[in-house]
Design a protein around this ligand. Structure first.
Ligand code: PLP
Length: 349
């Protein structure tokens, strides 16, 4: 049975060039990374830091681990941190900031990921008041997954950076898909990353590596991050075997390939629109298409029916279905999927 998997860009498999690079990796290119002796990991970290315009970078096991390490490295237990309500760190990282970081979270609402800074200002704690926890960090997800892969543009980040500076906050970016943002606006990724103290990005999503994420920032931040990675069990020894994929993924050609995913997302949204159904199809900024139901329907039934037709998707709330385009899908897959999506939605709505 033909399956088009639109659940996430995490389902991607490595490219032929990545496999080739792995095949030509010999023992001389591997070492104990906990001791800083894996040349392939060192090359990847150096390359990653350069690409995002930071002093240093660190390979971590996952985006979740990278976010947690970034927050632990820049806060103290008992601090309060500011996080957007629908962000991955708040809703989908198992409460690790509270459980492991001892951090209080103050959530804020936003207009498609972009906060109202006047409202945020009111949430900042008074550091002089001994009763209050200090607010010490703000985090911004970019692209914003649950708002439909929207791009938070560099101008808004600049304003957030000013806000962070005025209030003496560290500024972290959950840039799991930051290269999608850069390609989506056709600007260098550094236009986004230059505004933040720390950035996490995933190799294992649109960049289609099998494992791994990167955190980047100042040398001082990365040396703290290295200790927290060890604490969290992320010291991976001969990790060059993972890093070798990342070296290919960070080539400009491979980053530029994300354009295909964005084109496919637009095509998917357009094709679903041709069914003229009473649903809201959000115009995608990047590689995520959200279809919002306007009627009360048990969404899990729709997802199950999609599956029977060979289309895999996730619901992200009781009225929103998320489709993610990624490496390995072509136009024909998108046309096949949209036909099935149209058929199933017509049946339910
Ligand atoms: C915005 C965002 N941040 C962080 C993560 C966590 O990444 P990982 O699955 O590698 O832990 C994800 C995963 O989907 C994500 O979408």
């Amino acid at each position: 049975m033909r399956i088009v998997d639109l659940r996430s860009d995490t389902v991607t498999k490595p490219s032929p060039e990545m496999w080739e690079a792995l095949r030509s990796l010999g023992n001389s290119k591997l070492g104990d990374d906990v001791e800083g002796e894996d040349p392939t990991v060192n090359d990847l970290e150096e390359k990653a830091a350069k690409v995002v315009g930071k002093e240093a970078a660190l390979l971590v096991t996952s985006g979740t681990q990278g976010n947690l390490i970034s927050l632990l490295s820049q806060t103290n237990p008992g601090d309060e941190i500011m996080i957007e309500k629908r962000s991955h760190i708040y809703g989908h990282e198992v409460g690790s900031t509270a459980r492991l970081g001892g951090l209080m979270i103050c959530t804020f609402s936003s207009d498609k990921g972009v906060p109202n800074l006047d409202n945020l200002q009111d949430m900042i704690r008074n550091r002089e008041d001994i009763h209050q926890p200090p607010t010490t960090l703000i985090s911004q997800e970019n692209t914003h997954n649950y708002h439909g892969g929207v791009i938070i543009n560099p101008e808004d980040l600049q304003k957030m950076k000013n806000f962070a500076d005025i209030n003496k906050l560290k500024f972290h970016m959950d840039g799991a898909r930051i290269f999608n943002a850069a390609i989506g606006l056709n600007v260098p990724v550094t236009e986004f990353t230059k505004h933040v103290d720390s950035v996490m990005f995933c190799l294992s999503k649109g960049l289609s590596c099998p494992v791994g994420s990167i955190v980047a920032g100042s040398k001082d931040f990365i040396s703290k991050a290295r200790r927290y990675r060890k604490m969290l069990g992320g010291g991976m020894r001969q990790a060059g075997i993972i890093a070798v994929f990342g070296l290919i993924a960070l080539e400009p050609k491979w980053i530029q390939r994300l354009e295909e995913d964005h084109k496919n997302a637009k095509l998917l949204a357009e094709c679903i629109k041709t069914y003229n159904l009473p649903v809201k199809i959000h115009t995608p900024d990047t590689n995520i298409v959200i279809v919002e139901l306007m009627k009360k329907i048990e969404i899990s039934k729709i997802i199950t029916e999609f599956g029977k037709e060979g289309v895999l998707a996730f619901s992200i709330s009781k009225d929103k279905i998320r489709f993610v385009t990624h490496y390995g899908l072509n136009e024909n897959d998108i046309e096949f999927a949209s036909e099935k999506i149209g058929k199933v939605l017509t049946k339910f709505i």
